[in-house]
Ligand binder design. Structure first.
Ligand SMILES: NC(=O)c1ccc[n+]([C@@H]2O[C@H](COP(=O)([O-])OP(=O)(O)OC[C@H]3O[C@@H](n4cnc5c(N)ncnc54)[C@H](OP(=O)(O)O)[C@@H]3O)[C@@H](O)[C@H]2O)c1
Length: 393
């Protein structure tokens, strides 16, 4: 804006004041940018300090320097893109598939968060296996489109949508009451709904931190309310979608599950909710030993879904960017849930954390700490207000 520029000759810079040979800086003061110092080729620079612009630097050299910088930047971007594409290709190739062809005819499956992503892909697969599906979703209109899509493409008309907002304990109670009133059995309960974490700490109307409420507390309450029917329906299964994001945590402060005083950031809230998913599944499996109800948690892997668009915070967006290049498809991401829902070889496994269709050794020490699992269970019971009459374990 302030520099008029080269006046035709390559050597002379013309300043704002029109005088040749002088570069006039902002404010017109020669102290800011002194400009050409008498010899027509040399820029003296800020405060006349030769460290900044002091050395003789012809325009040609500067142009070459910027060309080099641009080339190196371009080459780096290309190299990173190629590496990410190759890595993504290999990652997707290594994604295991469910080999079981088990039919789910006559079985009722509830899936939370089936209106998008991994839950929707799971619903598609189970509908093909002739399961009777209840899509437990917060957005009825969106879920109804999904149900219609599944019905028309699989020919399975037994796909229903029911209202459930897992972040609301009242909604969870209403949903569970209706299920208990209308259903005779639940063969599989898939706890899959989730959000990526809010940018700033927000509370639900019941005073729970929203990420924890959506991903953990709602599912905790729901499972407890349906546990009697799940036990009556045995052999039955509970499948909990957790995440390897739990490995981001090195400790869990049980007094701060809702981040009342602890520092909050979105990825930590997400990681904590996913750690609670694993610990909850682990302790529930212990409580349900020998009841015929098996409980396992899983990580679907990095999957390109809406969760990153809906999630807030820089880290969530970075993961979203990576997921686009290296992430699995939703169908691939759903495989471990399907494995735990239908496969014969998983029907007697309980209390484990799965990844890529097999038991994982990737759970951290925190996630396999049975003492901590019990404490998370007890804290969760208090926070959701579980009545002793609602304890069916
Ligand atoms: N994508 C990954 O890389 C990844 C990795 C590890 C674990 N996971 C886990 O996988 C699960 C599914 O996520 P996704 O990646 O498939 O994401 P997604 O495409 O955003 O699907 C999430 C589902 O949860 C629903 N949901 C969100 N908040 C809800 C609430 N309050 N009540 C009821 N339903 C709610 C969404 O409903 P709407 O359609 O109305 O939004 C949607 O159906 C999550 O538990 C997530 O933590 C994902």
């Amino acid at each position: 804006m302030y520099l008029v520029g080269v006046d035709g000759s390559e050597d002379v810079l013309v300043g704002m004041d029109g005088s040749e040979g002088v570069l006039v800086g902002v404010e017109g003061s020669e102290d800011v940018l002194v400009g050409v110092d008498g010899s027509e080729n040399v820029l003296v620079g800020v405060e006349s300090s030769e460290d900044v612009f002091g050395r003789s630097c012809p325009l040609e050299t500067q142009t070459k320097m910027w060309e080099t910088v641009a080339m190196v930047t371009l080459a780096t971007v290309c190299a990173v893109t190629i590496i990410m594409c190759v890595f993504g290709h290999v990652y997707r190739l290594r994604s295991r598939k469910v080999f079981s062809t088990a039919s789910m005819q006559g079985k009722t499956v509830i899936i939370t968060g089936a209106s998008a992503g991994i839950g929707k892909a799971t619903a598609f697969d189970l509908a093909q296996r002739k399961a009777r599906l209840i899509l437990a979703c917060r957005n009825i209109k969106k879920a109804s489109y999904v149900a219609a899509e599944i019905q028309s493409s699989t020919g399975n008309s037994a796909v229903e949508v029911r209202q459930l907002d897992t972040s609301s304990l009242a909604s969870v109670r209403a949903f569970a009451s209706r299920i208990l009133a209308e259903e005779h059995r639940i063969d599989v309960l898939v706890l899959n709904a989730g959000i990526g974490g809010k940018n700033v700490r927000t509370l639900t109307s019941e005073g729970l931190e929203t990420t924890m409420a959506t991903n953990h507390f709602g599912h905790f309450l729901l499972t407890n309310l349906l546990l009697g029917l799940l036990k009556e329906s045995a052999p039955s299964r509970i499948v909990v979608t957790a995440s390897m994001a739990h490995t981001l945590l090195t400790s869990l402060n049980l007094k701060e599950l809702n981040f009342e005083n602890a520092k909050y950031w979105s990825l930590q809230a997400y990681a904590q909710s996913k750690l609670c998913n694993i610990l909850f599944a682990r302790y529930l499996a212990h409580l349900l030993k020998d009841t015929g109800v098996v409980v396992n948690s899983l990580c679907p892997g990095l999957v390109a879904t809406e969760i990153f668009e809906k999630g807030e915070g820089f880290a969530v967006k970075v993961y979203g960017f990576l997921a686009q290049y290296v992430g699995k498809t939703c169908e691939q991401g759903a495989q471990t849930i399907i494995q735990l829902t239908v496969a014969e070889e998983t029907q007697n496994i309980t209390g484990e954390f799965f990844e890529n269709c097999q038991v994982s050794d990737g759970a951290t020490n925190l996630a396999i700490d049975d003492g901590l699992a019990k404490k998370v269970w007890e804290a969760s019971e208090l926070l959701v207000g579980l009545d002793p009459t609602e304890q069916h374990y």
